[in-house]
Design a protein around this ligand. Sequence first.
Ligand code: CTP
Ligand code: MG
Length: 393
Amino acid sequence: MVTVILPAAGQGKRMSNQTNKVFIPLQNRPVLIHSVLAFSACPEVDNLIIAAAATEVAVVKEMLAAVPGIKPWQVVVGGSERQYSIANALQVTPAAAAVILVHDAARPLIQPAMISRMIIAAREFKAAGLAVPLKDTVKKIDEEGFVTETPARRTMWIMQTPQAFDAAILRRAYAQAGRDGFLGTDDASLVERLGVRVKLVEGSYSNVKITTPEDIITAEALLKKGREPDMLRFGMGYDVHRLVEGRKLILGGVEVPHIHGLDGHSDADVLLHAIKDAMLGAAALGDIGRHFPDTDPQYKGISSLSLLGKVKDIIASKGYMVNNIDATIVAEKPKLAPYIGKMIANIAAKLMIDIDMVNVKATTTEGLGFAGKREGIAAYAVVSIMKDACVIK
Ligand code: CTP
Ligand code: MG
């Protein structure tokens, strides 16, 4: 069993904010809830224990109760120091917990993948902490502000959380610190005193601790960057096929009854061709001709719907999935409205996206041009793609 302790009982004095900094909203969600959700997204985590200031227990409980999908949680009253808050949480940590993680509620940008790595590290090394290499040089100084020592920078790391431990070791470390009256600024330092070696796992500079007001600006910017808008990419596709006798008319994977069908090497599904070109275009991966040359006999007569699945995999290999699709079929005849629902269902199912993200429409050209003269059918598509959150790189 894996238990996570989230100390949230501080006063945030360095933030000089009215309320406890863990309640400050980032992208409309309190810092504490960001942290809670990150751990809840981690399949290996079993339960959460949040330490809240005595005066804030009720508000924290209310806040947690309003969020669906979080792991089983309980709230304990914190202490006057971070270490005492965690000691209180340890009192109610289930005996069945084999691994205990401690994470500052004030680090809302922690990624679930990092949490998983820390759990693995705790199992392997018994004691592990997330850390990043120091960017700046540090100095030791004396009371008058004069430098006494310059430790070599490459030997210095900045500790973050989560820190993850074999439960028995962490309990022993806290008991010993309590007996000795030792007060540390992180959990690893308590474990180090037992002579246990703590393994550092390289984390990310993005895992900021909200401490002073500028950290809010940094965290907001990092959160925005990780989200869709600037991650969306767009592509367009256009295709035309000639209408001939003796061929089936296939559009969006649906066989549409008609006296003519579209001519082509494959099933000539002009709608899916336009959509696939738009997908590849959005990912800057060329076009379908490049990936499935019509000189290659293996693609002769192939279902365009199965190739749509292949194009999905091609863009996935670059980390993308389709966000939404809008397409227009240009055809004078036949009337396509009765078949459009099925086309949308086919496309959404093949791409494993919601049908609400796919739109297909049809238009005539009032008898004008090749489409109007029923010589052929054209299709246009615009597709947006986004980074697939399920792809961990
Ligand atoms: N914390 C806690 N109990 C305390 C002090 C701190 O649970 N008595 C928590 C904080 O809420 C925070 C984490 O420990 O999530 C890291 O502490 P820190 O960044 O120092 O937060 P604060 O103590 O709130 O801030 P400050 O030191 O500026 O007052
Ligand atoms: Mg503090």
